[in-house]
Design a protein around this ligand. Sequence first.
Ligand SMILES: Nc1ncnc2c1ncn2[C@@H]1O[C@H](COP(=O)(O)OP(=O)(O)OP(=O)(O)O)[C@@H](O)[C@H]1O
Length: 225
Amino acid sequence: MRSSLLKLIAENLTIDRGGRRVFQDLSFSLSQGSALVVTGANGIGKSSLLRTLAGLVPLAAGTIRLEGGETDRLPQEQAHYFGHQDAVKPALSVLENLRFWQNFAAASVCEDFTGSTLSPSLVLETLGIGHTAHLPAAYLSAGQRRRLSLSRLLVTPRPVWLMDEPTSALDKTSEQQLLGIMNDHLASGGLIVTATHTELVLDRVETLHLQAADPAEQAPEEALL
Ligand SMILES: Nc1ncnc2c1ncn2[C@@H]1O[C@H](COP(=O)(O)OP(=O)(O)OP(=O)(O)O)[C@@H](O)[C@H]1O
């Protein structure tokens, strides 16, 4: 019997950006195999929350931990961050980009999550950009660049995926494929935190709706509700 299921636990998070408090005392926990969908008005702090979980924005207060994860690694070292920017090096070929990321981001496996490791070539084929493998990444369209960025998550297993507006720039077919990939990750025991303005059809979803603490800062449409 498994004794230490993975759980992402955020307690009393407080985040400041540009000298302004974005939110404070935010707490949540997310169990293995589940996705947390973060919603809320523009500027409420969804991206800031994801960037904080990824270790890219410092916490003013609070703690983040991955229970059941690798004890000698920080939670962000066990997470992939799929943000607005695609982190693609334009002068390298598409395949070189992916090989770079495979070598750069260490795999993170633990008792309850092994994930799958696919070869860069296979991932590019799977995501429909195999024919671009030897082109400079600068030549990719916006949607192809997005798919290359997504492919990083599949060449190196990490249990936590932090995904900011993951469907942006994707066509309907790619969007369906992305949802399939996200559901596969959940089915293999992974966890996903995703910020979105669109509905994502995922298998096990919890929602976190961020709201302004000060009603004066609420978006007009939210203030009317
Ligand atoms: N680098 C930064 N420096 C200063 N303030 C920032 C920075 N990035 C974001 N902010 C501010 O932090 C607040 C939250 O921004 P954030 O991008 O997290 O919102 P969001 O909910 O993701 O918005 P959207 O739905 O528009 O993407 C906003 O007031 C924004 O202006």
